[in-house]
Design a protein around this ligand. Sequence first.
Ligand SMILES: Cc1ncc(C[n+]2csc(CCOP(=O)(O)OP(=O)(O)O)c2C)c(N)n1
Ligand SMILES: [Mg+2]
Length: 379
Amino acid sequence: MPKTATRQKTETKTNKNSTNGAASRTISKAKSDNGATDNVNRQEAQAENVSRKKSQKDLIKQTKPELLREMLYQMVLGRFFEQKCAEVYRIGKIGGFCHLYIGQEAVGIGTMMVLREDDLVITAYRDHVQAMVKGIPPEEVMAELYGRAGGCVGGKGGSMHMFDAARGFFGGHGIVGGQIGVGTGMAYAMKYQGTDKVTLCFFGEAAVNQGMFHESLNMAQLWKLPVIYICENNQYGMGTSQKRAMSISSVAKKADAYGIANEFVDGMDVLAVREATQRAIDRARKESLPTLLEIRCYRFMGHSMSDPGKYRTSDEIKKYQERDPIVLFRSSLTDAKIISVKDYAEIEERAKKAVEKALKFADESPLPDEKELFTDVFA
Ligand SMILES: Cc1ncc(C[n+]2csc(CCOP(=O)(O)OP(=O)(O)O)c2C)c(N)n1
Ligand SMILES: [Mg+2]
């Protein structure tokens, strides 16, 4: 059962504009590719958000208010945490590479908050928010960024290598596409051991051009593995637009070649992400079958902290900021009376405090002991 009805439905909605630059549900008359943030674009963003809000309204009714509030909190926490990362990186507290997730929060939160605690997650180097949603305390993530002993891997991994096997978080990987093979193996292990645990395997759209993606999808369907491949299509691989790197723009469609169920999902809409993930999790847990979700999103920041950003215009970025997933979700929850102005202020306050606590912990955490230099080193 390769295709799902949903995917066919969503593809029809978006196909006209599924050229790389467009977020899902883009309106057909969009003149968005010139990147101009003119009135037409603002109207497009508003129209898209009206349609997102309509579907969020229905989904909100089906979801517990406490969970919705917690989802919003996790999104705000992720945003505040990463804004602070950028700030302290600039004053030299964090060294090495640092890839931020700002703008993509609806993907991490929408997918991972459907998981059971004992499910497994693996991702690439843009990993701070996923690590926190999987239960690694913000203090341990920040201390890891600082290279301190209190970090989740003792300060030896840094930004790209968050890891906590006990919590089911298997990294944090720097080799583009490498984690797709490891994630497939994790799903195989879970099936072999007779568990019903599901593996979420995240990667960017640039990883889809790697052989590892194709080999893994083939085996996953052949061996009926309970894995969900989540392609976070933010349209760029470093400074290269997807348009210049991929002969077929639809990543979801590539799963057809291997007979894998697939869906195209709006990554600015956390509830649409949640709904699609729920279907994929049911398929994995109940039928032991893989799924590929192509979740279209946009990163508001550069590829990493050292990205000069010359490959896209600030107008293009603004165009997507009009579709900020946190602003949208907050507004939907306010309209549905799930949160008040005061509740939102409390959510922000709670997130701010968690980030301050993380910074204090990282600042006070010692450097790794010298004797740790040769422990856990495999190469
Ligand atoms: C095998 C390999 N080739 C090249 C690189 C250099 N590199 C680092 S990140 C990146 C782009 C990846 O983009 P994407 O997969 O879309 O993820 P995103 O950064 O957009 O989240 C590249 C080419 C690498 N780390 N590994
Ligand atoms: Mg990308």
